[in-house]
Design a protein around this ligand. Structure first.
Ligand code: ARG
Length: 454
């Protein structure tokens, strides 16, 4: 093993297997940007407060900027023998500027360093996720505009229930995703307080200025208890819960896409770019991307559960268990959104098939009952009559549109010719003008809401 920064107290080196087990560089290296910017702010503050010299601070900051450039350009590779990203950056700094580099860690601990890094990382990551959800929302709006009048069956219990528009159906997901964004933003707001300067757990004897680093790093303030600052990861739980909810919505949507692309439904056709074939069955075109999004949802749920479980038994303050926070947080959400949105964007909507499916299954039975109600019959009586009419149709192999008026009259003389217009799918949809319903200008209102939200 390479010599550790903390080697002074030890008689012999860490066992190789223990060293690998302990190391987190292979996953926390992705926080290098946040680690470096955090260190820059810390070094500047140390100089401002006269804890290190201005020259040393300038040297540290310049060298950190170089290290950042070198990592970005690929000139500097992560040393997988380093214990974690914090040790890696610090040892690289010392390699480059010698003893001056060794002054950086004054009035700081890796405990507050990792706590500030992860908050900044999650802030950036969440902004990216929100951006990706917004892209998805614009595709949903685009499709809703395009299919504002396309009629499809709406389902309950996966049984055809009432006719709706395709726009109304997918705008339901739109509404869910707007709330997902606000959940994430809400969690970020609560997370955005800097723990930097909490040090190991108890604060420091140096005259530091935590507000200065917090401001420079874009935080809204500082955590007011140093133990809390280094110990808690409740923001990880909150964000993971918000991510899990995003995945739950993506997964439901995926499930529908899988169903809709089956021969049994054939409501949509996915683009070749987002489907795969079978190694044995030449006819197959499989919706793998949607299935994988649905599948990866399980992982993200697991991430939330493992985060909660890691935290539940650890005493204050920092414990190494907390290193386990990261892999959970670096999981599948971004890649799922990355593939889901273009898959949705490029799919073909087979409006004729949707319409045909809406014609079968007595989807307009509620409207037939309402026809009688509007003529004065109590709803429960109308409901019962229509139930019997449906049963008769099924027996005769007819649908409500093809049952002759004379037959209707046998159930009630309130029936007249007008009923056929009343039960046409177009009427059923366009007359549902209650606020938030499938008819009227509801889709426009929803689209406008989502666009404004974006
Ligand atoms: N790699 C560690 C983590 O992710 C950094 C903090 C280490 N602190 C310590 N006291 N060992 O949690």
């Amino acid at each position: 093993c390479m010599e550790k920064m903390w080697a002074g107290r030890f008689q012999k080196a860490l066992d190789k297997q223990a060293d690998d087990f302990n190391s987190s560089i292979h996953f926390d290296s992705r926080m290098y940007k946040q680690d470096i910017t955090g260190s820059m702010a810390h070094a500047s503050m140390l100089a401002e407060k006269g804890i290190i010299s201005k020259e040393d601070s300038a040297k540290i900051v310049d060298c950190l900027a170089e290290i950042l450039d070198d990592i970005n350009s690929g000139k500097l590779l992560f040393d997988l023998d380093a214990e974690d990203i914090h040790m890696f950056v610090e040892s690289e700094l010392t390699k480059r500027i010698g003893d001056t580099g060794k002054r950086l860690h004054t009035a700081r601990s890796r405990n507050d360093q990792v706590a500030v890094d992860i908050r900044m990382y999650l802030r950036d990551e969440s902004a990216e996720i929100v951006g990706l959800i917004k892209k998805l929302l614009s595709v949903i709006c685009k499709k809703a505009e395009e299919y504002k009048t396309a009629i499809m069956p709406g389902y309950t219990h996966l049984q055809r229930a009432q006719p709706i528009t395709f726009a109304h159906h997918i705008l339901a997901y739109g509404m869910m995703f707007t709330r997902d964004i606000s959940r994430i933003e809400d969690a970020v707001k609560r997370m955005n307080y800097s723990p930097l300067g909490s040090c190991a757990l108890a604060g420091t004897t140096y005259d530091t200025d935590r507000y200065m680093t917090a401001k420079q790093l874009g935080f809204d303030g500082i955590t007011l208890n140093s133990i809390d600052g280094v110990s808690d990861r409740d923001f990880c739980v909150e964000l993971l819960s918000a991510y899990a909810t995003v995945m739950m919505h993506l997964s439901r949507f995926s499930e529908e896409i899988v169903m809709w692309s089956s021969w049994e439904f054939k409501f949509i056709e996915l683009d070749d770019g987002y489907t795969t074939g079978s190694s044995i069955m030449p006819q197959k075109k499989n919706p793998d991307m949607a299935e994988l999004v649905r599948g990866k949802t399980g992982r993200v749920y697991g991430d939330l559960m493992s985060m909660l479980t890691v935290l539940k038994g650890i005493p204050l303050a920092y414990n190494k268990d907390m290193q386990e926070d990261k892999e959970s947080l670096f999981d599948a959400v971004k890649m799922c959104l990355g593939v889901f949105t273009p898959m949705l964007d490029t799919m073909t909507v087979l409006t004729d098939n949707m319409y045909k499916a809406a014609q079968k299954g007595f989807i307009n039975a509620t409207d037939l009952a309402d026809f009688l109600v509007k003529k004065g019959m109590p709803f429960r009586t109308a409901y019962k009559n229509v139930g019997m009419i449906v049963a008769e149709c099924i027996e005769k192999g007819l649908v409500l549109e093809t049952l002759p008026l004379e037959e209707y009259k046998k159930y009630s003389n309130l029936f007249d010719d007008g009923l056929f217009k009343e039960i046409s799918l177009e009427t059923c949809v366009s007359k549902r003008i209650s606020a938030g319903g499938t008819g009227g200008n509801s889709a426009d209102i929803q689209i406008e809401y989502i666009k404004k939200f974006i």
